[in-house]
Design a protein around this ligand. Structure first.
Ligand SMILES: NC(=O)c1ccc[n+]([C@@H]2O[C@H](COP(=O)([O-])OP(=O)(O)OC[C@H]3O[C@@H](n4cnc5c(N)ncnc54)[C@H](O)[C@@H]3O)[C@@H](O)[C@H]2O)c1
Length: 316
C-alpha cells in the first residue's frame, strides 16, 4: 500500500515506518522536524529508518494547508497515519495555544487533505490522557472519555478526535482513533519519564520524581506498532480503540526495575506537577476482540531492551 506517516521522524512514526518498509509498503514520511526535542535526534532516526529500506521524506509543516493538500494530491496514498503533534503534558500547560495549532489545526488540515485526495483509511494517534483521572478507579474503556480532561494536551487530543468524526462523515473515509497508553522503547521521546531517567542514570545524575503516587500503563513500542498494523487491516464499523499494556506500573515498581540495571540509583522527590494524571490503566477488551491486538512484551523485557539500546545510541 502507499502510506503517508505524519510525524514519521518521531519516536512512534519512525518505528512504524521501519516495520512497513520491511513489509514492502511504499512509505511517505511528512515531518517538520519540530524542535520540541532536538531535530538532530529526528535526523538520526531518519537515518536509522533508511537501514530498513527506501522511503520518501517531505519536510513540511501540516499547518501549511495548501502545501499539505498539494502533497497529498500528488502522493494519492491509500492510507494516512497521523502521528504528528506536539506531545507532552507539562509543555502544554505553559504553551496551550501551540496545542491548538499543532494538535487541532494541523489535524484538521491533514484530515481535509486526505478527504480531498480520496484516502480510504485514516488512523489518528490519540492518547490515554483523554480519560482524565478516570484511570485511578480502574481500567478505562473506550466509551468512558467524556471531555473531563486536566491538561491542554488532553483537551486538544479530545477535540482532534471530534474532528476525525466530522471528516469521517464528510468524506466517508474509514477512520480509526487509537488511544495510546505511555509508550516507551528505543528512540523513545527524551522528555518522557523512562527516557529522562535512563539518560540521567547513564550520566550518574539524581532522578527527579514528581510525586511517588503515579502509575502508568507503560506500553512497549513493538506492541503499539503491532496494534497500528492490525488497525490498518480492520474494516469494521468501530472507530475508537485503546492500545495499552493492561497493567499499571507504579513509580516504585519503575524505580525497582531501573535499579536492576543501575544499582546506584538516587532519587529526589519533588512536588507533583499540575496536569499529570495519577494513574492510567487500559481496558483492552475491545481492541483484543476486534483488532486481535495482544501486547506481548513484559515491562521487565521492555525496560531491558530500552536500557540496552540507550547504552549504545542515547546521545541526541
Ligand atoms: N509516546 C507516547 O507515549 C504517546 C502516548 C499517547 C499518544 N501519543 C501520540 O502519538 C503521536 C506520536 O508521538 P511520539 O511520542 O512519536 O512523538 P514525537 O514528538 O517523537 O513525534 C511527533 C513528530 O511529529 C512532528 N510534527 C509535529 N508537528 C508537526 C506538524 N505540524 N507538521 C509536521 N510534522 C510535525 C515532530 O517533528 C515529531 O517528529 C503524537 O500524536 C502523540 O501525541 C504518544
Amino acid at each position: 500500500m502507499r502510506i503517508v506517516i505524519t510525524g514519521g521522524a518521531g519516536f512512534i512514526g519512525g518505528h512504524l515506518a521501519k516495520r512497513w518498509i520491511r513489509e514492502d509498503h511504499e512509505i511517505f514520511i511528512i515531518d517538520c522536524l519540530h524542535d520540541y526535542y532536538t531535530p538532530e535526534r529526528k535526523l538520526q532516526h531518519l537515518k536509522d529508518i533508511k537501514k530498513a529500506g527506501d522511503f520518501t521524506f517531505h519536510q513540511i509543516n501540516l499547518l501549511e494547508k495548501k502545501a499539505t493538500e498539494e502533497l497529498l494530491e500528488k502522493i494519492k496514498p491509500d492510507a494516512v497515519v497521523h502521528l504528528a503533534a506536539l506531545p507532552g503534558v507539562a509543555y502544554s500547560i505553559s504553551h496551550p495555544l501551540e496545542y491548538v495549532d499543532y494538535d487541532i489545526k494541523a489535524t484538521i488540515n491533514i484530515l481535509e487533505a486526505s478527504g480531498k485526495a480520496n484516502v480510504k483509511k485514516f488512523i489518528f494517534a490519540s492518547s490515554s490522557s483523554v480519560y482524565g483521572n478516570k484511570g485511578m478507579q480502574g481500567r478505562v474503556s473506550e466509551e468512558m472519555a467524556n471531555s473531563e480532561v486536566i491538561s491542554p494536551y488532553a483537551a486538544s487530543k479530545y477535540s482532534a478526535e471530534s474532528f476525525c468524526h466530522v471528516y469521517k462523515h464528510l468524506y466517508h473515509m474509514e477512520i480509526a482513533i487509537l488511544r495510546f497508553f505511555t509508550v516507551y522503547g528505543p528512540w523513545g521521546r527524551p522528555d518522557m519519564a523512562i527516557g529522562t531517567f535512563i539518560r540521567k542514570l547513564m550520566n550518574g545524575e539524581t532522578l527527579p520524581i514528581f510525586d511517588m503516587n503515579n502509575a502508568r500503563d507503560y506500553t512497549y513500542i513493538d506492541d503499539i506498532i503491532d496494534g497500528i498494523d492490525k488497525t490498518l487491516h480492520y474494516h469494521g464499523d468501530q472507530t475508537i480503540f485503546n492500545l495499552g499494556h493492561g497493567h499499571p506500573v507504579s513509580m516504585d515498581e519503575l524505580l525497582r526495575e531501573l535499579a536492576k540495571h543501575f544499582p546506584h540509583l538516587v532519587t529526589d522527590v519533588l512536588e507533583r506537577r499540575v496536569g499529570d494524571v495519577y494513574s492510567t490503566w487500559s481496558d483492552l477488551s475491545k481492541s483484543k476482540a476486534l483488532l486481535g491486538y495482544t501486547p506481548k512484551i513484559s515491562f521487565q523485557e521492555g525496560i531491558a531492551r530500552t536500557v540496552e539500546w540507550a547504552k549504545q545510541y542515547e546521545r541526541y
